[in-house]
Ligand binder design. Sequence first.
Ligand SMILES: C[S@@+](CC[C@H](N)C(=O)[O-])C[C@H]1O[C@@H](n2cnc3c(N)ncnc32)[C@H](O)[C@@H]1O
Length: 322
Amino acid sequence: MTTTDPAPHPHATADEVQAALQDTKLAQVLYHDWEAETYDDKWSISYDERCIDYARGRFDAIVGDEPLPYGRALELGCGTGFFLLNLMQSGVAETGSVTDLSPGMVKVALRNAQNLGLQVDGRVADAETIPYDDNTFDLVVGHAVLHHIPDVQQALAEVLRVLKPGGRFVFAGEPSTIGDFYARWVSRATWAATTTVTRWGPLQSWRRPQEELDESSRAAALEAVVDIHTFDPADLADTARRAGAVHVETATEELAAALLGWPVRTFEAAVPPEKLGWGWARFAFGGWRRLSWLDDHVLHRVVPQKFFYNVMITGTKSAAGA
Ligand SMILES: C[S@@+](CC[C@H](N)C(=O)[O-])C[C@H]1O[C@@H](n2cnc3c(N)ncnc32)[C@H](O)[C@@H]1O
């Protein structure tokens, strides 16, 4: 981070939260600064084989066979660094720059990179106005970030500006329009069921303290402000082409896996963490892997692309540099 980058601001006042309900970018900063230090735990993010394989799997699923490594890579909306740091560990890029609108996230991502011994620098940056020179990067990546950005076409035009001619971008983990509908529905139902049955005598020890549940509900209100878009894969591809990208491709994945994953994550957020041991973690991860297999080998053959939850997109800057 540079000395002019803003500092993390993890404890927003009630007035700031109120203002953020009308200002999506302020909401992004408050919401993500607030969750930065606990984000890896909340989303079971790690920097070991499990998440290295996951990040690399998403990259390979959309990029296919490409000569690796890329030289210098940039991540937009890096959060704690989950995507780029794990891609770098798998050999996708040699050096990296992590950026995010939330100073708290950049701080955690840089700390994670340092702990992993990776050559990474970082900036607080808005994806719509990327603070790097033209033709700087060989690769630009992002995971679960495009749906937060008000002007996606402007952000993709910025991506193409900072890419070198022939450079590639890869975005993964974006919600499809249909996937987001069923994910929200099963998550709401899981939250309501869990917080209702844990009021009942013998199950009360499975109830989180009321103030934690209230905090989650307030966070959910801000979530509605920070989650701006869902994507139809074909429309997203058109947006990328309008921004100037060439060789654009999209893919989707996770249908059965998402129908398990969303209730699992919601249940984890609704009960005290000490109640869920290794047996639960094995069930959740094993179940997700088995259902991902079902998605990849069976459902993908019979269900249209747009019904899957995760949208991925890749494309390149024309080799002529235009
Ligand atoms: C859902 S999180 C994903 C974080 C990380 N990429 C991951 O997959 O774990 C979205 C991230 O995008 C960041 N973000 C939101 N709007 C942004 C913008 N306009 N420019 C850059 N980053 C943004 C948020 O601060 C947050 O860290």
